[in-house]
Design a protein around this ligand. Structure first.
Ligand code: IPE
Ligand code: IPE
Ligand code: MG
Length: 238
């Protein structure tokens, strides 16, 4: 495959709210799980595409702490698809130098799926081509609550608490904040993804449904990012 064009500046960390699987299935009169299957199968080429451009951290929002409110058949079906795909793809990701990290809680997650995630994380922990964060059973508020609990348990005094200390107790410890957050299916909200870390992220929303999000969409999102002016509260140079 030809080298992709250079896009600069490139985000170091891209996070994606992979939304629209249900609508994709509905448009085809298929069951929702067919949409989750198509969406999950789309992940491989998207990881590859971001990695080829040189993005170093990619977060994929796979299941939120609020997604438990969906009917249990959908939750169970989605978990089954995820387990199968993680088991199937882990070796290829390892060979491509991808390090898998899990963001979220494994509490209440079926043992076979939790074990598959654990295997993927352990196998790939020494890799450094791309860090792939799977936000699974993830909620930004839960993440902050767990960080605050850990800080209290460690007996930290109030004066020692600062933003850096909180960041170090989040699931994303050691991972730079996202520079670009992409959401598919036209929605314009975070839905509890990386709410602390997204303080200065650039947002990009596309009407394309997640299973249809392709290489041209990756390029368009990165190009849009490259044209943004990031100020971080300061003043742009005169
Ligand atoms: C996103 O697709 C995947 C998950 C939330 C697990 P949806 O299932 O939310 O799709 P829509 O929003 O109903 O189209
Ligand atoms: C966000 O999508 C969660 C994931 C993509 C995993 P949702 O479809 O659950 O978000 P809302 O309910 O539209 O905010
Ligand atoms: Mg949705």
């Amino acid at each position: 495959m030809a080298e992709p064009e250079q896009i600069t500046p490139l985000p170091t960390h891209v996070a994606i709210v992979m939304d629209g699987n249900g609508r994709w299935a509905g448009q085809r009169r298929l069951p929702r799980l067919a949409g989750h299957r198509a969406g999950t199968e789309n992940i491989r080429r998207i990881i590859r595409a971001f990695s080829d451009y040189g993005v170093q951290y990619l977060t994929l929002y796979a299941f939120s702490t609020e997604n438990w409110t969906r009917p249990s058949e959908e939750v169970r079906g989605l978990f089954g698809i995820l387990r199968e795909v993680i088991d199937r793809e882990t070796r290829a990701l390892h060979e491509a130098g991808v390090q898998i990290r899990h963001l979220g809680s494994l509490e209440g997650v079926p043992a076979d799926l939790a074990a598959a995630i654990g295997r993927g994380v352990r196998l790939t922990q020494g890799n450094n081509k791309l860090v792939l964060c799977i936000a699974f059973n993830y909620g930004g508020r839960l993440e902050i609550v767990e960080a605050v609990r850990a800080i209290f348990r460690a007996g930290v005094s109030p004066e020692q608490i600062d933003a850096d200390l909180i960041s170090k107790h989040l699931y994303t410890a050691g991972i730079p904040d996202p520079d670009l957050i992409i959401r598919t299916a036209g929605e314009m909200r975070l839905s509890n993804l990386l709410i602390w870390q997204a303080a200065y992220a650039e947002y990009y929303s596309t009407p394309t449904l997640w299973p249809d999000f392709d290489l041209e969409e990756v390029r368009a999102a990165l190009l849009a990012f490259s044209r943004r002016e990031r100020k971080f509260g300061g003043r742009p140079p005169e």
